[in-house]
Design a protein around this ligand. Structure first.
Ligand code: SF4
Ligand code: SF4
Length: 296
């Protein structure tokens, strides 16, 4: 039996997740809990319900379908009692307006490979597929089966938080052409405050990837008031230089994650801040430049 995993989305014609035109696969589950997560529906490893209030016509079909009596309709909104819900997903099957949907769909490695290779003709020479999430690289066993099915046909990039076992990925790393590797904070204590995990293992993995000659592009999600202070930027620059790196990709904070947060039951609270402006991002870029690091 081929291995299965949960996928929250397959985004086609993506131009922001690596070189060229790409198909991005969002794996479900992540060991980190970044306060600003842009994809909060990918955090839990289990499936979950996504409720879009504006699509709900308050028909009550979900309530009728739920054998566990986990659904209530109060005023103009559906509520799910998490303690009663068994995630049978029956309510999502009967919802006529797709107001209730499962966050993810189960794929086996063969079907996922077929699905993404449908786009092969659009990748040209520099495009391909990007593994994203969530954290794709914690799914070593699935990737061991999936990557050989796509590797010979296309370029493979992985967007990663770096929090995984290098040893567990021994059979997988050589099938990934490009690592888009996030650094969120230079100091481990600060990293833990912002993401729930220290960064010691993350930095060791980055160092090993570079030493092993893998192609790595470091990226930094920049969130105003959380990691955009000059102390963190200077320490991040020092870190990059200590690894022999000369550039960083900046990912400015945007509020899409907060829109998604309103649709799920998450342990992350909205930051209630605006998206980062071009001018603010420009200043970060200038600071990195003054430290000898180019940014894009
Ligand atoms: S997923 Fe199943 S148990 Fe949970 S609310 Fe829907 S029907 Fe009820
Ligand atoms: S079945 Fe769908 S549209 Fe009807 S009340 Fe439930 S969530 Fe709303």
């Amino acid at each position: 039996m081929p291995k299965e995993t949960l996928i929250t989305d397959i985004q086609r014609f993506s131009v922001h997740d690596g070189p060229g035109i790409r198909t991005t696969i969002f794996f479900k589950g992540c060991p980190l809990r970044c306060k600003w997560c842009h994809n909060p529906e990918t955090l839990q490893f289990e499936n979950e319900l996504v409720y879009t209030k504006k699509e709900c016509i308050l028909c009550g079909d979900c309530k009728e379908a739920c054998a566990e009596k986990a659904v209530s309709i109060i005023k103009d909104k559906v509520y799910i009692d998490e303690k009663k819900c068994t995630l049978c997903l029956e309510c999502t099957q009967v919802c006529p307006s797709r107001a209730l949907e499962p966050a993810a769909k189960k794929y086996n490695s063969t079907d996922l490979a077929k699905e993404v290779l449908r786009d092969q003709d659009f990748y040209n020479t520099d495009g391909g597929i990007t593994l994203s999430g969530g954290e794709p690289l914690v799914q070593a066993q699935f990737l061991e089966e999936f990557l050989p099915l796509v590797k010979n046909a296309t370029h493979v990039a992985a967007e990663t938080c770096g929090y995984w076992s290098y040893e567990a990925l021994n059979n997988v790393l050589n099938m990934i052409d490009l690592f888009l590797f996030d650094i969120k904070a230079a100091e481990s204590k600060r990293h833990e405050e912002l993401t729930g995990k220290p960064n010691d293992m993350i930095l060791k993995n980055l160092e090993k990837l570079i030493k092993d000659g893998r192609q790595v592009q470091v990226r930094m999600p920049v969130v105003q008031g959380f990691n955009d202070d000059t102390d963190n930027l200077a320490k991040t620059s020092d870190l990059l230089k200590s690894f022999g790196l000369k550039s960083i990709t900046l990912l400015p904070y945007h509020t899409l994650g907060e829109v998604k947060l309103a649709k799920i039951n998450s342990d992350i609270s909205p930051l209630n801040i605006r998206s980062m402006s071009k001018k603010e991002l420009g200043k970060i870029s200038e600071f990195f430049k003054s430290c000898g690091i180019e940014s894009n």
